[in-house]
Design a protein around this ligand. Structure first.
Ligand code: GDP
Ligand code: MG
Length: 178
C-alpha cells in the first residue's frame, strides 16, 4: 500500500543549546511547503509537506530531546520512533561535537541492524570567529558515522531548506533500494 509511505518522522537530537529548536522553528515557519501552513501537532512536533525532486513528502519533525521529565523515557522514545535523525552539534562547541558521536553509538545500539538515515548537522556556521570544529572534521566524522553531513545556520537561515530536503532524499534512497 502507498498510504502513508511519503510521511516520515524526523527526530532532532543533540546537546542542549546547539540550535535544534531554532532549526525546528524555521521548518515550522518556512514558506516552501505546498500548503504553506505548518500544523503544530504538539508543543514539540511539527508537520509540513514539502516538494522534493517533484515528489511531495510530509515530515513530522520531533524536537523533544531536551524535554525535562522524570527518567529517560522521552529520550528512549526518541531513539525508537524516528524514521530518520538529525544529529546536531554546534561548530562553536567541541563538546557538542563529541556528544554527537555518543549519540550515533546510542542510536546504533537502539536500532540494531536498521539502516537509519542520518544527517550530521554542524549548526551555527555563521559564527565563523568562534569555530571550534572544522568542516573537514565534521565531514570525516560523517564518514565514520556512515551518514550525510551539512553545515547550517539557523540564525541566517543558511542550508536549512537543504537540510530538510536532504533528509527526505536519504529516506527515499533507502526506500527505493528495497
Ligand atoms: P536547542 O537547545 O538545541 O534547541 O537550541 P536553541 O535552538 O534553543 O538555540 C540555542 C541558542 O543558540 C539560542 O540562543 C539561539 O538563538 C542560538 N542559535 C541557534 N542556532 C544558531 C545559529 O545558527 N547561529 C547563531 N549565531 N546562533 C544560533
Ligand atoms: Mg530546544
Amino acid at each position: 500500500s502507498e498510504s502513508g509511505s511519503n510521511c516520515y518522522r524526523v527526530v532532532l537530537i543533540g546537546e542542549h543549546g546547539v540550535g535544534k529548536s531554532s532549526l525546528a522553528n524555521i521548518f515550522a515557519g518556512g514558506h516552501d511547503s505546498i500548503d504553506s501552513d505548518c500544523e503544530v501537532l504538539g508543543e514539540d512536533t511539527y508537520e509540513r509537506t514539502l516538494m522534493v525532486d517533484g515528489e511531495s513528502a510530509t515530515i513530522i519533525l520531533i524536537d523533544m530531546w531536551d524535554n525535562k521529565c522524570e527518567g529517560e523515557w522521552i529520550r528512549d522514545h526518541c531513539m525508537q520512533v524516528g524514521d530518520a535523525y538529525l544529529i546536531v552539534y554546534s561548530i562553536t562547541d567541541r563538546a557538542s561535537f563529541e556528544k554527537a558521536s555518543e549519540l550515533r553509538i546510542q542510536l546504533r545500539r537502539a536500532r540494531q541492524k536498521e539502516d537509519i538515515p542520518i544527517i550530521l548537522v554542524g549548526n551555527k556556521s555563521d559564527l565563523v570567529r568562534c569555530r571550534e570544529v572544522s568542516v573537514a572534521e565534521g565531514r570525516a566524522c560523517a564518514v565514520v558515522f556512515d551518514c550525510k553531513f551539512i553545515e547550517t545556520s539557523a540564525a541566517v537561515q543558511h542550508n536549512v531548506k537543504e537540510l530538510f530536503e536532504g533528509i527526505v532524499r536519504q529516506v527515499r534512497l533507502r526506500r527505493d533500494s528495497k
